[in-house]
Design a protein around this ligand. Structure first.
Ligand code: FAD
Length: 270
């Protein structure tokens, strides 16, 4: 299908993008979620504000004990980045599993987080990494912890007029192990189930799921039980979670997959 007519503006600074934002406009990053939605006329913005040429929103650096990933950094750039491979190898692993080469070369981490698809990979990764989402509007800047960023399917804690500018992750202590295990939808490569784990040397185990429920989540029950044994964590996992059911996977099958992929993930960080 063809989208309805819209205006287009290429912003070169964050301030320019913020000034252009209105009720009728939308940020355009990689376009890999927004443009399909516009073609289906699920989304009909009057204006697109392209942020892909804003240098300040791109790149990866270490700053004040945090790894900082610009919101307009592509999945592909993250997958190949040495700082990421060194400190957050599961980010590189997860990014390299997203879609195909075209999607990875255009799609951005900020766009994926803002879109909040319940089967997206970044959500589980930022949750397990205790990341903060840095946002900016004409009212100023603020940080939103990943734990409260995802509100429901396709809905986040972003407020009117806010742009994600960066993702900030505390540099994990030396000896931290991470993994991302994903049961892939064979056509799109979205996660039918994705499980991200960060295990710190003190034994703290962060466990996050995507694809399982309509909102990605940290599994507190499994995290607490993981200090005893893998079996204990598997028994405790997914308790009280409303599990999705669709034409790819029934509720029962998805719940089973979640435990299978949790087991793989726990074995990988043991
Ligand atoms: C064939 C295909 C396969 C895919 N496979 C996967 C997969 O396996 N795993 C996966 O996780 N994803 C997958 N995706 C989705 C892909 O990762 C998208 O790139 C991502 O969901 C959206 O990022 P984007 O940069 O393209 O955002 P866009 O499509 O440009 O924007 C998406 C939404 O976010 C908003 N937005 C964008 N940037 C910002 C910002 N900085 N601040 C505030 N709002 C912003 C836009 O206004 C829009 O509402 C796939 C997509 C396709 C087309």
């Amino acid at each position: 299908m063809i989208p309805v007519a819209f205006d287009y503006q290429r912003a070169t600074t964050v301030d320019e993008a913020l000034a252009a934002l209105s009720e009728d406009s939308k940020i355009l990053a990689g376009g890999h979620s927004l443009l399909p939605a516009m073609k289906l006329r699920l989304n009909q913005p009057g204006k697109l504000i392209d942020i892909t040429r804003i240098d300040a929103l791109k790149g990866i650096k270490e700053e004040d004990g945090e790894i900082v990933i610009g919101a307009a950094t592509t999945h592909g750039a993250i997958a190949g980045n040495e700082l990421i491979k060194q400190h957050l190898p599961f980010f590189a692993e997860g990014a390299s599993w997203i879609g195909d080469v075209q999607v990875r070369n255009h799609g951005t981490i900020g766009g994926s987080l803002a879109h909040a698809d319940p089967a997206a990979d970044w959500s589980a990764l930022v949750l397990a990494a205790d990341a903060a989402i840095e946002v900016q509007s004409t009212r100023g800047k603020r940080r939103i912890q990943a734990a409260v960023f995802f509100v429901s399917m396709f809905t986040t804690a972003l407020e009117e007029g806010e742009i994600i500018t960066a993702i900030r992750i505390p540099v994990p202590p030396a000896g931290t192990k991470t993994t991302y295990q994903k049961f892939v939808q064979p056509a799109s490569r979205f996660a039918i189930v994705g499980c991200a784990i960060m295990r710190k040397p003190d034994g703290t185990t962060n466990i996050a799921f995507t694809g399982v429920s309509d909102t990605p989540f940290r599994d507190g029950g499994a995290e607490a039980a993981a200090s005893s044994s893998i079996d204990a964590a598997l028994n405790a996992a997914i308790a009280g979670v409303s599990v999705m059911s669709d034409h790819y996977a029934s509720e029962e099958y998805r719940k089973h997959l979640a435990k299978v992929y949790l087991k793989k993930a726990l074995q990988a960080v043991s």
